[in-house]
Design a protein around this ligand. Structure first.
Ligand code: TYD
Ligand code: MG
Length: 454
């Protein structure tokens, strides 16, 4: 049989083909197939370290388990997201937009771990050793046994890891690393996959925890093959708004802990600081009694966090009304508006509605999502989740004694309770309008818009 020298690999899904296609036959992505050297079948594993434990099958009851002792990373909020600390031999992937603070966080963690546990190797393919040192000086890291390596060659990183024998290995970023075994460019799916697989081999074989930095694509998912998320033990996302100093880290996958926990940091002039009371941070800029502002209690992992929800309803000028939701599910906004239209008698069909979670937080709370199911199973309805639209214009008053006999969609989070809360909000809107003497009078006539508030 003819030996296969090259393969065409889809950069979106990792599918392989023998010839080039304009569109990937597997995932349908256009222009995503790139020619790569076919991996040699024999000898792929040559040079790799053996996995911890024996290669023979063991009887379940004879397997000895050493309690996987977690090591504190020295950064409380990171430990919280990791599920209590760093698990030996685990591979953690940290994703986030450029400039969000991934390198800063890992450098701080590296120094903290080096101070308490032993040497740490920080391999960077993005910055020089001098740049890393300058950043470290700014962060006030002192002189821990932290080894810096500016290298993109996977084999060299592995060599240095063998020499330094670190307690934690950090690779920043996995997209810049290339293996000599492949001819394709760094960042291509083959390279990312090979680098991740080889590093994982070392992690499991040497019981060495590994942290990998991953770039995100424009749509917010981790660049490179989805398979990367499958092979690592933990996937963390670092989020935040460019114009705010706070940063949120959340786990989207964790083999050793809950994925609902949230770590909150404040980016300061001297690096990231953990925020033990995030509610204070998220509500710091809130103006009390401001129209269109409400506080939502969102239960993230083991702690409730108070966040400000901002809503603005304004008369749409042209055509279809705009609905913009940032930090909250768009479908949730549509549902809330539908309920307000149908049950609270507010006419919002022609109005533009904007909804925003202040501080750039994305809320996963059942109260902030349609159906009340957050994908984490049943959650009691700690918060009604109703967003109070204080600035709704032209609302029709609720009929007296009108009863809300409708239940929401099958919502474990208490759909009916929320709809009642919405109705209550509708009544308050009206009351608020009357108090301010802003009854609707002039203005365009709108469908169902007999009375109103401003
Ligand atoms: P960085 O860790 O380089 O981001 P990433 O690795 O995710 O691309 O973070 C860079 C940003 O952090 C940059 O905008 C400057 C800011 N920063 C601070 O505000 N204070 C600091 O002490 C440091 C080191 C960075
Ligand atoms: Mg970086």
């Amino acid at each position: 049989m003819k030996e296969l020298r090259t393969l065409f690999v889809c950069q979106a899904c990792g599918a392989q083909a023998r010839k080039w296609f304009g569109q990937c036959p597997d995932c349908g992505a256009w222009n995503s197939l790139v020619e790569e050297a076919a991996p040699a079948v024999a000898g792929v594993a040559a040079g790799r370290v053996p996995l911890a434990g024996s290669a023979t099958a063991q009887r379940y009851d004879q397997v000895e388990t050493a309690d996987a002792e977690r090591q504190a990373s020295g950064i409380g909020e990171l430990d919280r997201v990791l599920g209590g600390g760093i698990v030996p031999g685990s591979a953690v992937l940290l994703g986030g937009e450029p400039g969000i603070g991934k390198s800063t966080l890992l450098l701080q963690m590296a120094a903290a771990v080096a101070r308490t546990l032993g040497p740490v190797l920080y391999a960077s393919g993005e910055e020089s050793v001098q740049q890393l040192k300058m950043r470290g000086d700014r962060l006030g890291l002192g002189a821990p046994p932290l080894y810096l390596l500016a290298e993109t060659c996977l084999e060299r990183i592995v060599e240095e890891a063998e020499r330094v024998k670190p307690v934690v290995l950090i690779v920043d970023s996995i997209q810049t690393v290339f293996s000599l075994k492949l001819q394709s460019a760094p960042g291509s799916i083959g390279q990312v996959r090979t680098a991740a697989a080889d590093l994982l081999f070392i992690a499991k074989g040497r019981n060495l925890p590994i942290f990998l930095v991953g770039h995100v694509t424009k749509d917010g998912s981790l660049a490179g093959p989805k398979v990367l998320e499958h092979v690592v033990d933990t996937v963390l996302y670092f989020e935040g708004e460019r114009h705010h100093s706070h940063r949120v880290i959340r786990a989207v996958k964790n083999r050793f802990g809950a994925v609902s926990e949230l770590g909150v940091f404040d980016m300061t002039g001297s690096g990231l600081r953990g925020v033990p009371n995030p509610s204070q941070l998220f509500l710091a800029e809130r103006v009390a009694n401001a129209p269109g502002s409400a506080v939502l209690c969102s239960v993230e992992g083991s702690r409730p966090i108070l966040v400000e929800v901002q809503a603005l309803v304004s008369g749409g000028a042209y055509g279809t009304a705009r609905r913009t939701a940032s930090g909250l599910d768009h479908n949730r906004l549509s549902l809330l508006l539908a309920v307000l239209e149908k049950r609270a008698g507010l006419s919002l069909a022609g109005e533009d509605v904007f909804l925003n979670m202040a501080g750039g937080l994305t809320v996963n709370e059942p109260g902030g999502r349609p159906g009340g199911d957050c994908g984490r199973g049943f959650q009691p309805a700690q918060s009604a989740g109703a967003v109070r639209y204080r600035r709704v214009r032209r609302g029709r008053p609720l009929g007296r004694g009108a009863r809300c006999g409708t239940r929401g969609p099958a919502a474990p989070g208490g759909g009916a309770a929320r709809i009642h809360a919405l109705r209550h909000a509708g009544q308050q809107l009206r009351a608020g309008g009357r108090r301010r003497g802003l009854r609707a009078g002039g203005g365009r006539h709108r469908r169902g818009g007999a009375g109103g508030v401003a």
